[in-house]
Design a protein around this ligand. Structure first.
Ligand code: URA
Length: 188
Protein backbone atom coordinates (compact mmCIF):
# COMPACT_ATOMS: atom_id res chain seq x y z
CA UNK A 1 0.00 0.00 0.00
CA UNK A 2 1.52 3.33 -0.92
CA UNK A 3 1.64 6.35 1.37
CA UNK A 4 -1.42 8.07 -0.05
CA UNK A 5 -3.50 4.92 0.17
CA UNK A 6 -2.35 4.25 3.70
CA UNK A 7 -3.45 7.71 4.83
CA UNK A 8 -6.34 8.01 2.38
CA UNK A 9 -8.69 9.45 4.98
CA UNK A 10 -6.37 12.43 5.47
CA UNK A 11 -5.88 12.99 1.74
CA UNK A 12 -9.62 12.80 1.06
CA UNK A 13 -10.19 15.55 3.62
CA UNK A 14 -7.22 17.78 2.77
CA UNK A 15 -8.25 21.13 1.29
CA UNK A 16 -7.17 20.85 -2.38
CA UNK A 17 -5.43 24.22 -2.17
CA UNK A 18 -2.78 22.52 -0.01
CA UNK A 19 -2.12 19.70 -2.46
CA UNK A 20 -0.16 19.53 -5.68
CA UNK A 21 0.68 16.14 -7.17
CA UNK A 22 3.79 17.49 -8.95
CA UNK A 23 5.29 18.83 -5.72
CA UNK A 24 4.29 16.00 -3.39
CA UNK A 25 6.92 13.94 -1.51
CA UNK A 26 5.81 11.14 0.84
CA UNK A 27 7.67 10.03 3.96
CA UNK A 28 10.15 7.17 3.72
CA UNK A 29 11.28 4.42 6.07
CA UNK A 30 10.14 1.31 7.90
CA UNK A 31 6.85 1.28 9.78
CA UNK A 32 8.60 -0.25 12.79
CA UNK A 33 11.37 2.38 12.92
CA UNK A 34 12.59 3.25 16.42
CA UNK A 35 13.32 6.83 15.37
CA UNK A 36 11.38 9.38 13.37
CA UNK A 37 13.16 12.39 11.82
CA UNK A 38 11.01 15.40 10.97
CA UNK A 39 12.08 18.14 8.55
CA UNK A 40 10.23 21.14 7.13
CA UNK A 41 9.19 20.55 3.57
CA UNK A 42 10.72 18.96 0.47
CA UNK A 43 12.90 20.85 -2.01
CA UNK A 44 13.53 20.36 -5.73
CA UNK A 45 15.77 17.29 -5.37
CA UNK A 46 13.27 15.63 -3.09
CA UNK A 47 10.47 16.15 -5.61
CA UNK A 48 12.67 14.78 -8.38
CA UNK A 49 13.51 11.63 -6.43
CA UNK A 50 10.24 11.32 -4.53
CA UNK A 51 12.01 11.02 -1.19
CA UNK A 52 12.74 13.42 1.70
CA UNK A 53 16.28 14.63 2.41
CA UNK A 54 18.07 13.58 -0.77
CA UNK A 55 19.47 17.01 -1.79
CA UNK A 56 22.40 18.90 -0.30
CA UNK A 57 20.95 18.98 3.20
CA UNK A 58 20.13 15.29 2.94
CA UNK A 59 23.64 14.43 1.80
CA UNK A 60 25.04 16.35 4.73
CA UNK A 61 22.73 14.45 7.07
CA UNK A 62 23.72 11.13 5.49
CA UNK A 63 27.43 11.95 5.96
CA UNK A 64 26.88 12.48 9.67
CA UNK A 65 24.68 9.40 10.05
CA UNK A 66 27.35 7.33 8.32
CA UNK A 67 30.07 8.78 10.52
CA UNK A 68 28.22 7.93 13.72
CA UNK A 69 27.17 4.49 12.52
CA UNK A 70 23.45 4.98 11.95
CA UNK A 71 21.81 3.32 8.96
CA UNK A 72 19.49 5.80 7.22
CA UNK A 73 17.32 2.92 6.04
CA UNK A 74 16.34 2.17 9.63
CA UNK A 75 14.92 5.66 10.16
CA UNK A 76 11.47 6.95 9.28
CA UNK A 77 12.03 10.32 7.61
CA UNK A 78 9.21 12.76 7.07
CA UNK A 79 8.40 16.46 6.78
CA UNK A 80 5.88 18.80 8.40
CA UNK A 81 4.55 19.70 4.98
CA UNK A 82 4.70 17.12 2.16
CA UNK A 83 4.45 19.62 -0.70
CA UNK A 84 7.45 21.62 -1.94
CA UNK A 85 6.71 25.30 -1.25
CA UNK A 86 7.11 27.60 -4.28
CA UNK A 87 10.47 29.38 -4.77
CA UNK A 88 12.01 27.41 -1.90
CA UNK A 89 10.28 29.61 0.62
CA UNK A 90 9.61 28.42 4.18
CA UNK A 91 6.36 26.59 4.83
CA UNK A 92 3.59 28.92 6.02
CA UNK A 93 1.63 28.54 9.24
CA UNK A 94 -1.60 27.56 7.50
CA UNK A 95 0.25 24.95 5.42
CA UNK A 96 1.82 23.43 8.53
CA UNK A 97 -1.59 23.38 10.19
CA UNK A 98 -3.26 21.76 7.19
CA UNK A 99 -0.68 18.94 7.13
CA UNK A 100 -0.38 18.48 10.91
CA UNK A 101 -3.11 15.81 11.24
CA UNK A 102 -1.17 13.61 8.83
CA UNK A 103 2.03 13.86 10.87
CA UNK A 104 0.03 12.97 13.95
CA UNK A 105 -1.34 9.86 12.21
CA UNK A 106 2.14 8.87 11.02
CA UNK A 107 3.48 9.09 14.58
CA UNK A 108 0.55 7.07 15.94
CA UNK A 109 1.24 4.46 13.31
CA UNK A 110 5.04 4.24 13.76
CA UNK A 111 5.04 4.73 17.55
CA UNK A 112 8.74 5.65 17.63
CA UNK A 113 10.88 5.47 20.75
CA UNK A 114 12.11 8.97 19.99
CA UNK A 115 11.58 11.81 17.54
CA UNK A 116 14.33 14.06 16.19
CA UNK A 117 13.10 17.41 14.89
CA UNK A 118 15.42 19.01 12.34
CA UNK A 119 15.61 22.79 12.58
CA UNK A 120 13.39 25.58 13.86
CA UNK A 121 10.16 24.82 12.05
CA UNK A 122 9.75 21.18 13.04
CA UNK A 123 11.04 21.83 16.56
CA UNK A 124 8.71 24.74 17.20
CA UNK A 125 5.76 22.85 15.83
CA UNK A 126 6.39 19.62 17.74
CA UNK A 127 7.35 21.30 21.01
CA UNK A 128 4.83 24.09 20.73
CA UNK A 129 7.49 26.64 21.62
CA UNK A 130 8.74 29.93 20.24
CA UNK A 131 12.28 29.26 21.48
CA UNK A 132 14.93 29.18 18.78
CA UNK A 133 16.82 26.01 17.91
CA UNK A 134 20.15 27.40 19.14
CA UNK A 135 18.65 27.53 22.66
CA UNK A 136 17.08 24.08 22.75
CA UNK A 137 19.07 21.77 20.44
CA UNK A 138 20.38 18.57 21.96
CA UNK A 139 17.95 18.57 24.87
CA UNK A 140 15.33 15.90 25.40
CA UNK A 141 11.71 16.98 25.80
CA UNK A 142 8.51 15.06 26.52
CA UNK A 143 5.47 16.33 24.71
CA UNK A 144 2.13 14.63 24.05
CA UNK A 145 3.68 11.35 25.17
CA UNK A 146 6.58 11.61 22.70
CA UNK A 147 10.26 11.86 23.54
CA UNK A 148 11.58 14.62 21.29
CA UNK A 149 15.07 15.97 20.63
CA UNK A 150 15.42 19.13 18.53
CA UNK A 151 18.65 19.42 16.51
CA UNK A 152 20.02 21.89 13.97
CA UNK A 153 18.70 21.47 10.45
CA UNK A 154 21.46 19.88 8.32
CA UNK A 155 21.05 22.74 5.81
CA UNK A 156 22.09 25.19 8.55
CA UNK A 157 25.42 23.36 8.86
CA UNK A 158 26.11 24.05 5.17
CA UNK A 159 25.96 27.81 5.74
CA UNK A 160 27.56 27.79 9.18
CA UNK A 161 30.19 25.07 9.41
CA UNK A 162 30.48 25.53 13.18
CA UNK A 163 27.04 23.95 13.54
CA UNK A 164 28.23 20.67 11.99
CA UNK A 165 29.94 19.33 15.14
CA UNK A 166 26.91 20.40 17.20
CA UNK A 167 24.57 18.46 14.93
CA UNK A 168 26.87 15.43 15.09
CA UNK A 169 27.04 15.62 18.86
CA UNK A 170 23.26 15.90 19.20
CA UNK A 171 22.58 13.04 16.79
CA UNK A 172 25.07 10.83 18.67
CA UNK A 173 23.14 11.58 21.82
CA UNK A 174 19.76 11.00 20.17
CA UNK A 175 20.79 7.65 18.72
CA UNK A 176 22.91 6.56 21.67
CA UNK A 177 26.13 6.55 19.63
CA UNK A 178 28.83 7.81 21.88
CA UNK A 179 32.10 8.96 20.41
CA UNK A 180 35.08 7.34 22.14
CA UNK A 181 36.94 10.61 21.56
CA UNK A 182 34.34 12.43 23.63
CA UNK A 183 34.61 10.20 26.66
CA UNK A 184 35.32 12.10 29.82
CA UNK A 185 38.64 11.52 31.49
CA UNK A 186 37.05 9.79 34.44
CA UNK A 187 35.83 7.00 32.19
CA UNK A 188 39.25 6.17 30.77
N1 URA B 1 14.80 19.99 3.97
C1 URA B 1 13.74 19.54 4.66
O1 URA B 1 13.37 20.09 5.68
N2 URA B 1 13.13 18.46 4.20
C2 URA B 1 13.53 17.79 3.12
O2 URA B 1 12.91 16.79 2.78
C3 URA B 1 14.64 18.28 2.43
C4 URA B 1 15.27 19.38 2.87
Amino acid sequence: MDFKQKYSEFFENLDPKYFNEERFVPAVGPEDAKFVLIGEAPGANEVEEGEPFVGRAGNRMDEILHKIGVDRDELYITNLVKIRPPDNRDPKKDEIKAWAPLLEKELENIEPEAIVTLGNFASREMLDTSKGISKIHGRTFRKNGWKIMPVYHPAATLYDRSKGPELEKDLRKAFGKRDAGQQSLKDL
